[in-house]
Design a protein around this ligand. Structure first.
Ligand code: HEM
Length: 517
């Protein structure tokens, strides 16, 4: 039986998750100025795909043993799923970008929701509200220097958030503490803000603490936008498509006044969730904290995992040369052994998710029965598959099928057979999913993941996924009069308008370049 101590530890680490599955009420008071952003539809003219709950559950469920991989689950039998193009840092850059522009706390699983009535609790702009003030909750300032953000925990890790004794992070958006990796990268952005304050002071920038705070914030946001534009997007989307969208505007995403800042559910519930496939099951943070599972898969892993909402001691700090490319890695990026010794890459974008992603330890009370897997438990609690959550969220939001969206964009839709969905009576290959009923069309999320696998070998997004991502992210930058696509930006760190996360880490002294040969 689970001891009381262990249960409370588990419940604590689950808290951040519970926020994310929209079953917890918002704790922050609404910010009246920012209350007006809503979700919406990119293709309101398309019918919703309605699939039985039983089918959706089958598609997204984890396996109930280690031998037979489930349909959306990675397994040792499928061989490596490494994405040799992308270092693992990109996954968490992507997760922070998600938190920056989209938060649905109000749609209900198992019900039919009208996205246009659902509030987006984040501002849709790439303004790092997720770091600075979120849903009415401001990040605490350093009491000794009000121009700076409060950083550093009470066990001596200056690179962790400030935390309560129980480990709760004192930050604006608690989703940034959902796992260790996103927490450490978010803390890096906060440290960058503080470094900008120091730099501004050193160059004699006038103004009191508040003015310095605002200037440092503007600089941090510009650096962030540049990294999203120049580093993150081109890793997953063809550069020519990005350039075309910047030059000619989005093709399917309208930013009319009525739609200003609208986040389409085709993006937030499907396309941008490609990151759930990109996340690895284990990460090495440093030599002594290596191959650690993202989320515990057994009671024995409760003390050694990368769940968020826990104090990060100095010995669990990420060595950033293992997460981003500083030209110091000599090994083979596609090789698992090399990887855990050096620079790690994310997983391919395909329907195969890392095992912990199909076993989120949030199976406590409050979740609708149809997404709980009572056969699978961690420390006595049923787990929840993130694939199932997203598939049921797609149904709740009335998303169209992948094939309908592809046809609407003028592409040849990929048939379901190519995805290993196996109708009754059809011969099924190993790993295919035998279905209890015929289905002709696939949920958009599944379609986009499989499109990436079939068209780009999982290294990038496919045609439809790329277009949705480019339209929305570039569309948001173009619509924001303060963004770096609308106002000139020269980074004091790089001397031009191009910034990578590596530049920010080097500027902070949190990473080093290899010695010159
Ligand atoms: C690595 C660990 C991650 C975990 C455990 C995780 C977990 C979750 C959970 C539980 C939700 C709420 C789902 C729902 O209720 O419908 C969610 C939402 C979402 N996630 Fe992730 N996620 C991770 C990484 C990422 C990454 C890397 C990306 C993108 C690159 C991403 C994109 C999204 C998006 C777009 C949403 C919807 C946000 C909203 O509108 O509320 N996630 N995630």
């Amino acid at each position: 039986m689970l001891s009381r101590h262990r249960l409370s530890a588990l419940l604590a680490v689950c808290a951040a998750f519970l926020m994310m599955v929209s079953i917890a009420p918002s704790t922050a008071a609404g910010d009246p100025g920012r209350n007006n952003f809503r979700f919406g539809r990119m293709f309101p003219e398309l019918d919703s795909l309605v699939l039985d709950d039983e089918v959706l559950f089958l598609i997204g469920s984890p396996s109930d043993d280690n031998l037979n991989p489930a349909y959306m689950e990675d397994s040792q039998f499928r061989g490596t799923d490494n994405n040799a193009e992308q270092e693992v840092g990109y996954t968490y850059l992507g997760q922070i970008l998600t938190h920056d522009i989209s938060l649905d706390l109000d749609s209900k699983l198992g019900e039919s929701n009208d996205p246009t009535t659902i509030r987006n609790r984040a501002t849709p702009w790439l303004d790092l509200d997720t770091i600075y003030e979120h849903d009415g909750n401001a990040a605490p300032r350093d009491p000794d220097d009000r121009a700076k953000l409060l950083l550093g925990n009470h066990v001596g890790n200056e690179r962790d958030f400030a935390r309560t004794e129980e480990g709760r992070a004192l930050i604006a958006d608690r989703r940034n503490d959902e796992n260790n990796n996103v927490a450490q990268l978010s803390a890096m952005l906060m440290a960058f803000h503080n470094r900008m304050v120091d730099d501004l002071r050193a160059e004699g920038s006038p103004g009191g603490d508040e003015r310095l705070f605002q200037k440092a914030r503007a600089l941090t946001v510009q650096h962030w936008q540049s990294a999203v534009l120049n580093q993150f997007l081109p890793e997953f989307i063809d550069q020519a498509l990005l350039d075309d969208t910047i030059a000619n505007g989005p093709q399917y995403y309208s930013m009319s006044d009525a739609n200003k800042g609208m986040i389409p559910v085709e993006f937030s519930v499907a396309a941008f969730r490609f990151g759930h496939s990109n996340a690895r099951g284990r990460y090495t943070l440093n030599e002594n904290f290596d191959r650690v599972r993202m989320f515990p898969l057994s009671e024995s892993e409760l003390g050694r995992n990368l769940l968020g909402n826990q104090i990060i001691p100095p010995e669990r700090q990420i060595e950033w040369e293992r997460f981003f490319d500083f030209n110091s890695f000599q090994g083979d990026l596609d090789d698992d052994v090399d990887q855990f010794a050096g620079l790690q890459v994310g997983r391919k974008v395909d329907r195969f998710l890392a095992r912990p992603m199909l076993r989120l330890p949030i199976g406590g009370p409050g979740l609708p029965d149809f997404i709980l897997d009572t056969e699978n438990t961690v420390a006595g609690l049923p787990v929840v598959s993130l694939a199932n959550i997203s598939l049921f969220r797609s149904k709740a939001m009335g998303l169209p099928s992948g094939q309908d969206v592809a046809a609407r964009m003028g592409f040849d839709p990929i048939p379901n057979e190519a995805f290993g969905l196996c109708d009754p009576g059809d011969p099924c290959a190993f790993g295919d999913l035998p279905l209890p009923v015929d289905i002709d069309e696939a949920p958009l999320l599944l379609y986009l993941l499989e499109e990436a696998r079939l068209q780009q070998e999982g290294e990038q997004l496919g045609q439809v996924g790329s277009r949705i991502m480019a339209d929305v992210v570039i569309g948001l930058l173009l619509a924001d009069p303060d963004s770096i696509l609308r106002k000139p930006f020269v980074s004091p760190v790089t001397g031009d308008d191009v910034v990578f996360m590596e530049d920010m880490l080097l500027h902070l002294g949190w990473a080093e370049l290899p010695p010159e040969e």
